[in-house]
Design a protein around this ligand. Sequence first.
Ligand code: FAD
Length: 325
Amino acid sequence: MKVSAKNMGHVAIIGAGPAGMSCASSLATLDYDVTLYEQEQQAGGIARYYIPAFRLPEETLNDDITNLLSQGVKISHGKNLTYIGTITDLMKRGFDAVFISTGLSKPFRLELLEGYINVTDYLSFLRNIRHDFTAPELKKKNIAIIGGGSVALDAAVSASAAGASRVYLISLEHLKELPADQEEINLARLMNVIFKAGSQITRVVAEDKQITRLTGIETDWKEPDNYHPSNARQIQGTEFSINVDLVVQAIGTCPDDKITRFARGVEIMGKGTIVTGSDFSTNLPGVFAGGDVVSGGATIVQAVGDGKKAAESIHNYLNKRRANQ
Ligand SMILES: Cc1cc2nc3c(=O)[nH]c(=O)nc-3n(C[C@H](O)[C@H](O)[C@H](O)COP(=O)(O)OP(=O)(O)OC[C@H]3O[C@@H](n4cnc5c(N)ncnc54)[C@H](O)[C@@H]3O)c2cc1C
């Protein structure tokens, strides 16, 4: 494809996941000169590094990246926000607008599991398995996954496929309340995942900072339809205990704290997500954001849609600015 002169303006995009890539592609089509800054060695975001390969083949992403490059988009790899500086630095370097699409990368942790060697989070866990599907360290091991959403099920199915002996899925939500598709639950069942739904961990037994056993108890809800941990009530006499070799926490993620420094002045919510209007503009002129860093976690389709709509908004904003000059 012949790349036309990119003379409509310069836009910096931070984070080359689905939101950033789709925004870049739409802006390139409108003849903007676009630079994508990505901290990883390859673009693709969660889809590239974390979603199990059996659900999203790498070839699909590689095709998208080839398309972006053929549109003249520049991808600057391995750059973290420290190198990029702040939004002000980018504007001083001649960018007319910035789109932030850095997603969610800081997993939540349970205090009860702090400080133990054999506790990890679902992002690190899934990334390792995606890198080496055979994951020999999991063979014949007992793995407990804490959490009941799609990502917890991904971790459970992946552990089982890698040859773990027993995989437990421990969630406050009961089976019918799990925030996951029935298909995902069925697959986990097929892979012999043991559901400890409607229960919580109460105690750990450890030797040399290594958890050997988890003790839990069944729970129900004080108030109906409120699945917050503070609403859980323990059912006395239902204690259980399981032997474990590894514990994986899959209870959610929020944006990296670095965003606050990079995007100084941009309005940020309590859990670190960026506040935007429906046009994906932030409170700072020329600064836009979209994808998971705004929604707090959604889907690839939504992130792609955000990126496209944000590109239109950036174009409208710069058109107005040009008209007023
Ligand atoms: C395990 C898992 C499974 C999922 N499965 C599905 C599924 O089956 N279907 C579906 O639709 N959705 C799924 N999702 C959700 C989907 O992946 C996300 O909604 C989507 O990837 C969000 O896109 P994004 O571009 O906003 O963020 P991301 O995909 O997170 O991309 C953000 C990018 O920004 C980069 N970045 C972050 N910080 C910096 C920085 N400081 N400097 C430079 N770059 C930075 C990251 O490296 C990353 O490349 C899943 C999510 C997870 C975690």
